[in-house]
Structures are given as structure tokens and as C-alpha cells.
Design a protein around this ligand. Structure first.
Ligand code: GLA
Length: 386
């Protein structure tokens, strides 16, 4: 009898053990499914400063890696229609790759994203001269723009992983007036969207136009060109440019031109139209589309679809315009992540922003920031699959 009781206790104990193990496994699974942010060392700058890489993960499995150098998105995974996550942004495996020189891969661009004609502008009676680093014009903040500085990064607590980056751009830096305190918060949302909240203040009248310069290839970074992607741009007009990519007079209607993306259209369909002078000037698409909704509300600016994988990316923004650039300057010389070269048009950018050369164009929405005011914009890149 005693023996039987002992056996019974043993069996019950065993069952309890199994049950306990199962609950622990489930708890672990739940823990894995929640969002997180991790920190690791990415490399060292020539001046000895350490560059940190932050990995943001959400419960669905999206992972975004951001380094504090340039506030750069180093990698970003998104699911295809079978739920397979793949890195969809161009970039490098190591810091040294970025330091060798890359065309703004994934970086925060500023103090003025896009071009300023001849690097000159005026606020009140004060004339300013900036670097002319792009065929006689100023581009993306100059020689050492916000993409090439070390930002201060702090993870933000909350139910969604977020990273706050701050940078003080000193009065006179790259020729711009005013001490400008900039903040960019990247939040990886539950719905597989990355939200970018930009803000800035100044102590002297200045100009600010911030954006992110991620190159997307929804078939996977390093996996062919982007010509088969389909794009919608919610814009009725775009800004025609001169041969140095400075906007000409007024915005032009896209209807009846190769710039009409008001309905989903394959990017490669009309990109080689040799009869279109604007395509010639851009070497493809490298133009600013004026969003149909000119309000400062968050609105859908673009929808990009890669039909083979089924990946879809929607861009929402509070900005009035979007620069669509088809990677026309990529030439395969840069070896990116996993040893993949990035050839001609292997990535595309959808840079939400104010208009190029706005500081010289009273007819364009202003980019002037005054002391006491706060510059604030938000852009969201949201992924799904179909
Ligand atoms: C922007 C410009 C392009 C090019 C890239 C970087 O998108 O509009 O002309 O300079 O940046 O190569």
C-alpha cells in the first residue's frame, strides 16, 4: 500500500514538473513576443568616439537597427506575403563601410535636406553662404551634414520601443545661422510602422528642413533593381528642375506626363523616356512631388508595392512634399550588407520634406525657423503585405 502511495506521489510530482516547465516555456514565448531595444558597439570614429547600434524589435518580428552616427537606419526588416522578414534598406555591415563614403544611406539629413541654389540665401538683411557640394549648389546640409555627426541617443521607455536622438548644431556650423537643438525620435510601432518625429528650436532666425534618406528595395537589399516596384504618389503636381536639379518656376501638373503616379504604376515603365527632358536632367526620377493635401496633418503621401514578395510600404507625413529618387547615382561600386554590391537603381528614396531651394523662393512654403517657435514634423513608414 505504502509502495503504491509512494508511486502515486511520484507520478503527481512528475506531472507537476511537466506543467511547470510548460508554463515557463509559454511565459518565455510571451516575453520573446514583446517589444525590446538592445544596445551594442558598432565601431569607433577616427577621433576615438564610440558608435553605438540600437536594435528595436516589435512583437510581430520587425527589427530596425539604428546607429547614433548620422542617426542612421542600418537595417530594417519587413515581412513578405508569407510572413518572411527580410532586410529592405541599403546599408553597410560595419561602421568602416559608412566612413568610406555612402550616399546618405538611411541617415538623418539636415540642417537643410535637398538643394539650395548656389549655396546662398538671405534672411532679413543677413546673407549666408553655404558649401556648394553638388554641381554648384548646396545639398543635404553641406560637407559635414547631420548624416556625418554623432548624435546623443537614449532609449525611450513606453510600450513601443523608441530611440531619441538629439544634436546641437552650433551657430555657424556649415555656414547656417543660429544654435539649433534638434531631436529625432524613432518609434517602432506595433503595426509594423516606424514613426519619425522631428523637432528643432533655434536662438537666431535660421532655416530647417529635415528628412531621412533610407534607400528601400522591398525585394530585399541587394536583390536586383527597383524598376519592378509599383508606386502611388498622392500628388497632382511636381517641381520641374533645371539641369542642376534646382526647381524652375511653378509646380507642373503630372497629368499626361511620365511623372504621373496618381495611380499605381511600375517605376520602370517610363523611367527611360528619352524624350522627357526632366527625366534626362534627373538621370531618372530625382524630383520633388507636391502633395495634394497641403495641410500639416498626417496624410498618405506614397504607397510602394513590390509585386513578387507582396511587400507594401505606405508613407504618411505632415510635410508638404516628397522627393522621389530612383538611385540613379548608384553604380555598383559600394559593397553593401552581406557582400552585396548596390548597382544602378537598386534602391529608391522617398524623402518627405519641404521644397528644394525654398529659402530663395517666397512662392514656396517657408522653411524659416524663428526663436521661440518649434519646428515639428512627423513621417511614418508603414509595412504590410498583399
Ligand atoms: C538626393 C538627391 C539626389 C542625390 C541623392 C544622394 O536624393 O536628390 O540627387 O544627390 O540624394 O546621392
Amino acid at each position: 500500500m505504502k509502495n503504491q502511495q509512494f508511486k502515486c506521489v511520484l507520478v503527481l510530482g512528475f506531472i507537476a514538473l511537466i506543467l511547470h516547465a510548460c508554463t515557463q516555456k509559454q511565459e518565455k514565448k510571451a516575453e520573446n513576443a514583446t517589444s525590446s531595444i538592445e544596445k551594442s558597439e558598432f565601431g569607433t570614429l577616427p577621433n576615438g568616439q564610440v558608435v553605438t547600434l540600437f536594435t528595436l524589435r516589435n512583437a510581430q518580428g520587425m527589427e530596425v537597427k539604428i546607429m547614433d552616427y548620422g542617426g542612421t537606419i542600418v537595417s530594417w526588416t519587413a515581412p513578405d506575403r508569407a510572413g518572411k522578414y527580410e532586410d529592405i534598406t541599403l546599408g553597410c555591415d560595419s561602421l568602416s563601410g559608412y566612413l568610406r563614403g555612402v550616399p546618405y544611406f538611411g541617415a538623418i539629413v539636415g540642417r537643410y535636406g535637398n538643394r539650395i541654389a548656389k549655396g546662398k540665401f538671405q534672411i532679413d538683411d543677413n546673407k549666408y553662404t553655404l558649401a556648394t557640394n553638388n554641381i554648384g549648389n548646396h545639398l543635404h546640409g553641406g560637407i559635414k551634414g547631420f548624416d556625418k555627426v554623432l548624435w546623443s541617443a537614449t532609449p525611450v521607455s513606453g510600450d513601443e520601443p523608441a530611440l531619441k536622438l538629439t544634436y546641437l548644431s552650433k551657430d555657424g556650423e556649415e555656414g547656417y545661422p543660429g544654435n539649433v537643438q534638434v531631436e529625432v525620435v524613432y518609434t517602432l510601432q506595433k503595426d509594423n510602422a516606424l514613426k519619425m518625429d522631428y523637432s528643432a528650436t533655434t536662438d537666431k532666425k535660421t532655416i530647417v528642413n529635415l528628412t531621412n534618406h533610407a534607400y528601400f528595395n522591398l525585394a530585399g537589399a541587394g536583390n536586383g533593381d527597383i524598376l519592378g516596384h509599383e508606386l502611388v504618389l498622392n500628388a497632382a503636381t511636381f517641381l520641374p528642375v533645371d539641369s542642376t536639379l534646382i526647381p524652375l518656376k511653378a509646380p507642373m501638373a503630372v497629368a499626361g506626363t511620365v511623372f504621373d503616379f496618381s495611380k499605381s504604376t511600375k517605376i520602370g515603365l517610363r523611367i527611360a523616356d528619352k524624350t522627357d527632358q526632366q527625366i534626362k536632367f534627373g538621370g531618372g526620377y530625382d524630383h520633388c512631388w507636391v502633395l495634394a493635401d497641403s495641410s500639416k496633418n498626417l496624410k498618405s503621401a506614397a504607397v510602394l508595392t513590390e509585386p513578387i514578395s507582396g511587400r507594401v510600404m505606405e508613407v504618411l507625413t505632415t510635410e508638404p512634399a516628397i522627393q522621389f529618387y530612383t538611385g540613379n547615382f548608384l553604380d555598383g561600386k559600394i559593397i553593401g550588407k552581406k557582400g552585396h554590391p548596390y548597382p544602378f537603381r537598386s534602391g529608391l528614396c522617398l524623402e518627405t520634406e519641404h521644397f528644394p531651394d525654398a529659402p530663395n523662393r517666397p512662392d514656396f512654403p517657408t522653411t524659416i525657423l524663428v526663436p521661440g517657435a518649434t519646428y515639428r514634423t512627423t513621417t511614418i513608414y508603414r509595412f504590410s503585405a498583399k
